[in-house]
Design a binder for this molecule. Sequence first.
Ligand code: GTP
Ligand code: MG
Length: 190
Amino acid sequence: MKITSAEFVRSAFERSHWITDGRPEIAFLGRSNVGKSSLLNSLLGRKGLARTSNTPGRTQSINYFLVNGRFYFVDLPGYGYAKVSKSMRADWGEMARDYLTDRRELALFIQLVDVRHDPTELDRQLNDWLVVNGKDHLVVATKSDKLSSNQLQKQLAAIKKELVDSKILAYSSSTGKGRDELWPEIESAL
Ligand SMILES: Nc1nc2c(ncn2[C@@H]2O[C@H](COP(=O)(O)OP(=O)(O)OP(=O)(O)O)[C@@H](O)[C@H]2O)c(=O)[nH]1
Ligand SMILES: [Mg+2]
């Protein structure tokens, strides 16, 4: 897809902040620090559009990015970040869950997993939820640049074994490898 414009629109901290113009949305989901914001930037070819960081828990709100004036990329808070208070964790969980459950604009859920590791318990729970609820989704195994091609094939197979009902694509936000496979998936969902 040719990106003619990509702009940050809004951060939502509660339901009243959700965008209401009805444009379709692509959501990026996954544990904290897995590379959601980096993937979004890489797909759009805009380095600092979504803020990234080595500190897990960087993205704490639902962030909307309008692409080509036509659809939104939605950067959701990561899960599984232990170093916040229990009540904060519950809030995040609740907001993300509400969003995933109620949001009719969502055209595709992109679930990120770290290709170097087997899916965590929370990864599996989210994946189960997507499958059971018949959500149009796709798993992106990111940070593929950190593995040799041999290791990469091995890890992709291990992930596939756990997330049997999902299509899995490898990606590297550092090199952009995987972009040519991922964009068509997004376009067809839109
Ligand atoms: N080598 C490599 N590093 C990556 C890749 N994707 C992300 N990273 C790094 O991983 C760290 C976390 O990336 P983010 O994109 O901020 O992760 P996030 O999932 O948005 O994290 P939260 O907002 O905290 O939930 C950063 O230091 C990135 O530079 C990748 O494909 N390859
Ligand atoms: Mg982020």
